[in-house]
Design a protein around this ligand. Structure first.
Ligand code: MEV
Length: 314
């Protein structure tokens, strides 16, 4: 037994949040510059957690840290080391509860740190299953998109619990991700949509299906290297998400500011009801203009990412 380390990343959903829960495809990018790190140090006393504002016994960490506590237990169980206590420290380059996948990223990093400390090898499928087990505490019934994207080396297409590397042939484009400053409420957003769907399947079902079709159009646009088509799918997806009651005035204002500054497309990203927006820019110059417009419109932070082209089996 030794000190163990784990690392995951923030993620941004380009298209397909919410409809992915209903079996449609989604597209997500790991944001490799924004890391989540965990350290697991063996200790003789009770297990302790130091994460965000919490510092104390793992067992007393409360509902806000239930996902991490579950990840910790799952990783010890998987390693056959339930008797071993650890001091767990997490640090992150990105805010939590902003639709950037912090709960899945934290769970994934803690699981990797504990397995590393125990010298226990795990396959990608095992790591995904352990992270999903922890995420179920935070989200209820997560699709698995966050667990997959926060630990992927490349952009992914995700559907029905399966992830595949994505073909990306748009040259020179950049993504801008901006924090609205409002906490996202993924669990509430997913639960609320489920209730509305069950109450009105004929009204809500077609909107969910259209989010799935837009994700499919986005996958084709990435494959064809067509930034305009990707941007249009993002703009339309924002409208549909808003129609489903998942946006907020601040998210509508930020996405409009991004479009006015030259973004080809802009939408909320993640669970909604707060969190982040994502915009597509055709060049680094436009991305800078979009990021500064988003800050002027009230976003406390905006990050820009160059989209790297990648090949994948068609
Ligand atoms: C949250 O980042 C993404 C949602 O689609 C929920 C899920 O996939 O479990 C809103």
């Amino acid at each position: 037994i030794r000190e163990g380390h784990g690392r995951t990343w923030a993620k941004a959903i380009l298209l397909g949040e919410h409809s992915v829960v209903y079996g449609h495809p989604a597209v997500a990018m790991p944001l490799h510059d924004l890391q989540m790190r965990a350290t697991a140090t063996p200790t003789a006393g009770p297990s302790m957690l130091h994460s965000l504002e919490y510092s104390g016994p793992m067992g007393d960490s409360g509902p806000g840290f239930a996902c991490i506590a579950r990840a910790f237990e799952a990783a010890r169980e998987f390693s056959g080391r339930m008797d071993q206590s650890f001091e767990i420290v997490t640090t992150s380059d990105f805010p939590h509860e902003r639709g950037m996948g912090s709960s899945a990223a934290a769970a994934g990093a803690v699981i990797r740190a504990v397995l590393d400390a125990c010298g226990r090898e795990a396959s990608a499928d095992d790591l995904f299953a352990l992270t999903q087990m922890a995420e179920q505490i935070a989200h209820g019934r997560p699709s698995g998109l966050d667990a997959a994207a926060t630990s992927s080396p490349c952009p992914i297409r995700f559907q029905g619990g399966q992830m595949r590397p994505l073909a990306q042939r748009i040259e020179g484009a950049q993504l801008v991700i901006a924090d609205s400053g409002v906490h996202g409420r993924t669990r509430e957003a997913v639960g609320g949509l489920r209730e509305r769907y069950e109450a009105d399947p004929d009204g809500v079902g077609p909107l969910i299906n259209s989010l799935g079709a837009l994700a499919q159009a986005g996958i084709a646009a990435l494959d064809d290297g067509d930034a305009q088509a990707l941007g249009s799918a993002m703009n339309r997806a924002h409208e549909v998400l808003a129609e489903l009651g998942l946006s907020l005035p601040v998210l509508n204002r930020l996405t409009a500011a991004a479009r006015n500054a030259g973004a080809l497309g802009a939408k909320l990203t993640g669970g909604g009801l707060g969190g982040c927006v994502i915009a597509l820019a055709d060049s680094a110059e436009t991305a800078d203009a979009v990021a500064s417009a988003l800050r002027s419109a009230g976003a406390p932070t905006a990050w820009t990412y160059r989209m790297r082209t990648s090949e994948a089996n068609r």
